[in-house]
Structures are given as structure tokens and as C-alpha cells.
Design a binder for this molecule. Structure first.
Ligand code: ATP
Ligand code: MG
Length: 257
């Protein structure tokens, strides 16, 4: 394990370690400290993690343990203080903002707890917007958006704005937006917290269907009911990975959605 290294030196040393094509994201010795001086708050303490295609993984742990911080770093939304972050084969921890944004748009679909939808746009345009940002012509993006929204059960709500949708419907728009570009990695942060049990299971089933030989999903959650969807449960406490349980240690019955 590499410890006490700067981002630069970690990148140089780890770039030579081969990682298979099925590794979607990787962190090596990642640390995060918010603030500086007397206000410095160390939050992550050397996270080594690999997320692989074919996995539906959960990231669990107590409030304040660093889950949102870690998933934001994996998505390239937040920089680590030290350590290496690789997303779909690209080192993003010390790359330019433009490069990180490009890799994120290509590789990641992120579902936020608070949906993060554009309030003025219809469901169709909320989903289409992301594909337009990737360069798809608007009319084609709208066609794809209609198809994905129909797949998530919102075919009769295409022209509704977020304020005209229920919480579960808004979350399904957010999931449709994350899935529409067929990203290799879908990340979600507490996405079922505001949903009733049945809607939460429907949303999880949509995400579960996304997993394939080339694609994977990682969801941050406190919700133990979601464990039955998971191939892997990563436990974090005080900014350290304290458990990492894969499917071979789990009963098949628990995994059946
Ligand atoms: N911008 C920030 N500045 C300073 N400290 C922060 C900042 N963001 C988070 N923290 C601190 O970092 C720690 C980890 O926060 P984080 O949001 O990653 O935890 P979490 O595991 O997602 O918690 P929860 O389950 O409550 O969402 C917390 O102690 C929090 O107070
Ligand atoms: Mg959080």
C-alpha cells in the first residue's frame, strides 16, 4: 500500500501498475482534509478501492464517516488532498478541470439525493440536456430521453416540470438522466432516502438492470433493505474502509431483488 505520498508522486508510481479493463474506478491512498490550519478537518485517511464492471456495490457507514466525500471524489466532483483517483482508465486526481469534466461526462452518471433537476425544464429536456452537453443533437437527445423516461415508467409525464412531479417521479427522472448516456459507472448518494419502500425498490431495480459486463453501480446508503440488490458491500468508518464483503460471502437468497 502506498502511504504519505503527494498526488503527483502517487500518479507517477501507480500509472505503471496495470489495471484490467473491468476496473471502472480506482483510488490509491486517497486522503481528504477540508479546510486548512486550525480549521483543518481530516475526513478520509488513505482509501484504497477498486470498483469493477459487473458489480452492484453499496457504500455504507455512519453519518459523517466520509461517504459523500468519497463518492464525490470518485465522480471527479471533488479533488482528493492526496492520493490517486482513476476513472475508466484515466487519472483524474491531478488532471485539469476541463479534462476531468470530459471524463466524467463520458464515464459517469450521478444520481443526487436532492435530484438536482433543472426546475424550468420538462422531464424530457432534463434528461436530454445531459446528452446535448455530450454533443448529441437536441432532436436525437429528446428521442433518446423519451425512450429512457418511458422505460422508467414516466411515459405519461414527459412534459411535466419537476414541481409537477412527486418525489419518486423526480428521482426516476434523475435516474433516467444518469442512465441515458449509458455510462460505465452510475454513482448515487442516498437516492432512496426520501422514497417510500415500494418506490425505493423500483428505483433500485432500474439501477440493477444497468449492471452488465462493462458497467457497474455504486450507491451510498444507510438503508439495509438495499443489501439484497448488492454484489458487494463496502463499509466505511471515520474515513477508513473497515469492511468489503463480496457476493461469494453472501447467500443467494439475499441477493435476489
Ligand atoms: N465542505 C466541508 N467543509 C468542512 N467539513 C466538511 C465539508 N463537507 C463535509 N465535511 C465534514 O466531513 C465529514 C464527512 O462528511 P460526509 O458528507 O462525507 O459524510 P457522510 O458519510 O456522507 O455523512 P451522511 O451519512 O450524514 O451524509 C463530516 O464530519 C463533515 O462535517
Ligand atoms: Mg452523505
Amino acid at each position: 500500500m502506498i502511504t504519505n505520498v503527494t498526488t503527483e508522486s502517487t500518479s507517477a508510481s501507480v500509472a505503471t501498475i496495470p489495471c484490467g479493463p473491468c476496473v471502472l474506478a480506482r483510488t490509491v491512498a486517497v486522503t481528504k482534509t477540508y479546510g486548512t490550519g486550525a480549521l483543518a478537518t481530516p475526513v478520509l485517511h488513505g482509501i484504497d478501492l477498486e470498483l469493477r464492471a459487473g458489480e452492484f456495490a453499496l457504500l455504507m457507514g455512519p453519518s459523517g464517516s466520509g461517504k459523500t466525500t468519497l463518492i464525490s471524489i470518485l465522480a471527479g466532483l471533488l479533488r482528493p488532498t492526496n492520493g490517486l483517483v482513476e476513472l475508466c482508465g484515466e487519472v483524474i486526481s491531478d488532471a485539469s478541470e476541463t479534462f476531468v469534466t470530459r471524463v466524467r461526462r463520458r464515464a459517469v452518471g450521478f444520481v443526487f439525493q436532492s435530484y438536482n433537476l433543472f426546475p424550468a425544464l420538462t422531464a424530457v429536456d432534463n434528461v436530454a440536456e445531459v446528452m446535448c452537453l455530450k454533443g448529441m443533437p437536441r432532436s436525437q437527445a429528446r428521442d433518446v430521453s423519451r425512450q429512457v423516461l418511458t422505460r422508467v415508467g414516466l411515459g405519461d409525464r414527459l412534459m411535466h416540470r419537476p414541481s409537477e412531479l412527486s418525489g419518486g417521479q423526480k428521482q426516476r427522472v434523475a435516474v433516467a438522466r444518469a442512465l441515458a448516456g449509458e455510462p460505465a459507472l452510475v454513482l448515487g448518494d442516498e437516492i432512496t432516502a426520501a422514497l417510500d419502500g415500494r418506490t425505493a425498490m423500483e428505483v433500485m431495480e432500474l439501477l440493477h438492470a444497468h449492471v452488465s459486463a462493462e458497467r457497474g453501480v455504486l450507491i451510498v446508503t444507510h438503508d439495509r433493505r438495499l443489501e439484497r440488490f448488492a454484489d458487494r458491500v463496502i463499509e466505511i468508518e471515520d474515513g477508513r474502509v473497515v469492511g468489503d464483503l463480496r457476493d461469494m460471502q453472501r447467500s443467494p437468497a439475499r441477493r435476489e431483488p
